[in-house]
Design a protein around this ligand. Structure first.
Ligand code: BF8
Ligand code: SF4
Length: 631
């Protein structure tokens, strides 16, 4: 009999949070749970997406007595515009992140601080983008690749270069349907223009632009972000690490990196290993410098350095509430503006680093590539100096933590698959062993579980239930973002989680020596999932819409997630959502996002706030695809 795996249950996680909330009460701090109460019930117009404030004649709200705004826009136009604006904002966030990374690539030089770490990937990308490589210095190539990448944002003509990576069938469909993504900034601008007062009022047109804007993220900005990050900091490899609040150490400096931009966190992680600073900490009688991550930054540094992960989105306040966080430094996105005030209830220093995310009450140290290393050292030193200000009476670090095996970009997945076959055709191998396992029914399919956690539902519960049920049913999971962090906290990224799987998936895990949930990185790395799905479809010789592979965002909350969902659907995959998009006030919009897009791209949303219903829908959906393939 297999030995039982010991997961950290949601109840245990909630007990940890409840204990930390006691600390919050003692120091008179509020947490998101308090603010959920003061914000509930939410505004119904906002929830349904039928409040428009796109001009100063409004705001206009749609009711049965007032079915049109002052300009005449109806619920469909208003909900559609709001939805498209969310996609534009999400696309802008991911893509601007990628733009920053390209600037860092353009600033690389052999003496650092930023260098090229994955030369092979750079040369491959240069060839793909038509940059000359023969006999050229690697840094000359890097700078030219950066210039081509930067043009992807604003070039006046043509489509996203990475769209050529999609199967031919997709490219033709995108062109035919008029959703082939042009320059990223152009798609964002078009979305904003279309939603300006007095422009598009037709819901379908707004949804179509949403698909195109999403594609400029998934097969544009996000993919650029992922590729260039790999070139700069190395393509991730497999690491065994740990996750949850128990990774904070009582007798070490705890330095927390939070946000998304690895150009920042990589430097902090490197600086924390600097001998001079390690010795400085020791000279103060401190055992060590413990760098841990939060949110997507955690994913980035875990899969490149094995850095331990303190938790996901709704865990950010908990980290400070332990009283053991000496310094939290943040870059961009998903950072609660509540954090500086909370930090002030403790000794914690809170440092912002980007002009994109300035927060009142924070210490601002603006990061510049040329001085990045010195600035990172300054931050690490600040953390060390702050350690002695820690108030032991306020410290409580929950013990919960789990071992996790992380770092499965497509290259690693293929490498693992290659261990069970000699039939790989080229340097990069093929997905055939996985396809064979799906065809044989050993695996029923694969689900990409992504996204945030969200207090609209019981936080993390949906993730946990869906993940457990899917692996029990022989469905392989790939995960990114805060979903991957949830799996980490629960112990689902532990290789022993194979004991919670169905027989088929367990055999696959044993054969490949992998956990049943493969950690593919941060949210920008959902682009890796698109390449994975495209690779499976191509190696199988079927369309992307036909493979038993789907996406699922059980607890999504951000505008980035709306953009992502749109590029996944445009790629031809169904997306199962556990949180309702804010378009319910428009029957047309509800129809368009669930059925309408299916007619355009072959993919659509399936929505249920009940995780058990959602997982049943997923399993049924996979079986429908299997049956259509005759397997
Ligand atoms: O980009 S999963 S809460 S951290 S938005 Fe944010 Fe959501 Fe987490 Fe990463 Ni993605
Ligand atoms: Fe109202 Fe139309 Fe102005 Fe929106 S654009 S606020 S619906 S008048």
């Amino acid at each position: 009999m297999p030995k039982a795996n010991h997961f950290t249950t949601i109840e245990q996680m909630e007990a940890d949070s409840a204990r930390l909330r006691e600390t919050a009460c003692e120091v008179c701090a509020e947490t998101y749970e308090d603010r959920v109460k003061t914000q509930t019930p939410h505004c119904k117009f906002g929830e349904d997406g039928i409040c428009c404030k796109n001009c100063s004649m409004g705001p206009c709200r749609i009711t049965s007595k007032a079915p049109r705004g002052i300009c005449g826009a109806d619920a469909h136009a208003i909900a559609g515009r709001n939805y498209l604006r969310a996609i534009a904002a999400g696309t802008a966030s991911h893509s601007d992140h990628a733009r920053e990374i390209l600037h860092v690539l353009r600033d690389t030089k052999p003496e650092g601080p930023y260098i090229v770490r994955d030369e092979k990937k750079l040369v491959r990308l240069a060839a793909e983008w038509g940059v000359a490589t023969d006999g050229r210095d690697i840094y000359e190539i890097a700078h030219d690749v950066a210039s081509v990448g930067l043009l992807e944002f604003g070039k006046p003509d043509g489509f996203q270069l990475f769209s050529r990576r999609a199967p031919k069938e997709r490219q033709e469909l995108w062109e035919r349907e008029g959703i082939m993504p042009r320059a990223i900034d152009r798609e964002i601008a078009t979305a904003m223009h279309m939603t300006h007062m007095g422009n598009t009022a037709d819901a379908e047109s707004l949804v179509r632009q949403g698909l195109r804007t999403g594609l400029s993220n998934g097969w544009g900005g996000s993919m650029i972000g992922t590729e260039i990050t790999d070139i700069l900091f190395g393509t991730p490899t497999v690491w065994t690490t740990e996750g949850n609040l128990g990774v904070l150490e009582a007798d070490q400096v705890n330095l927390v990196v939070h946000g998304h931009d690895p150009a920042f966190s990589e430097m902090v992680v490197t600086a924390a290993e600097d001998k001079e600073l390690v010795n400085y900490a020791r000279s103060k009688g401190i055992k060590g410098i413990n760098v841990v991550g939060l949110c997507c930054t955690a994913n980035e540094v875990a899969m490149r350095h094995g850095v331990r992960m303190a938790g996901n989105f709704l865990q950010q306040e908990n980290v400070i509430l332990t009283g053991a966080c000496d310094l939290m430094c943040v870059d961009i996105q998903c950072i609660f503006p509540a954090l500086p005030a909370l930090a002030q209830c403790f000794h914690t220093k809170f440092v912002t680093s980007s002009p994109i995310a300035r927060i009142p009450g924070a210490i601002h140290i603006e990061f510049h590539p040329e001085t990045a290393y010195e600035q990172a050292k300054e931050i690490v030193k600040m953390a060390i100096d702050n350690y002695e200000r820690r108030d032991a009476s306020k410290v409580y670090i929950p013990e919960s933590k789990q071992q996790a095996t992380v770092g499965y970009p497509t290259e690693q997945i293929i490498k693992h698959l290659d261990t069970i076959t000699n039939s790989h055709l080229d340097e990069l191998g093929s997905y055939r062993p996985a396809i064979d396992a799906i065809k044989a029914g050993v695996l029923r399919g694969a689900v990409a579980i992504v996204g945030c956690n969200n207090p609209r539902v019981r936080p993390d519960y949906s993730h946990f239930e869906i993940m457990k049920e899917l692996i029990e049913n022989d469905v392989l999971i790939v995960a990114t973002g805060c979903a991957a962090q949830m799996a980490t906290k629960a112990g689902l990224l532990n290789k022993d989680a194979k004991y919670a799987c169905g027989d088929g998936l367990r055999r696959v895990c044993e054969l490949l020596d992998i956990p049943p949930i493969l950690h593919m990185g941060a949210c920008v790395d959902i682009s890796r999932m698109m390449l994975l799905a495209a690779g499976i479809a191509e190696d199988w010789g079927v369309k992307l819409t036909e493979i038993p592979v789907v996406g699922c965002a059980p607890e999504w909350m951000s505008e980035k997630a709306v953009s992502i969902a749109n590029y996944v659907v445009s790629t031809g995959l169904d997306v199962y959502l556990g949180i309702e998009p804010q378009v319910k006030g428009s029957s047309q919009m509800m129809e368009l996002i669930t059925e309408g897009t299916r007619k355009i791209t072959g993919g659509g949303f399936i929505i249920s706030t009940d995780p058990h219903v959602l997982v049943k829908n997923i399993l049924d959906g996979l079986e429908v695809k299997r049956a259509a393939l005759g397997i």
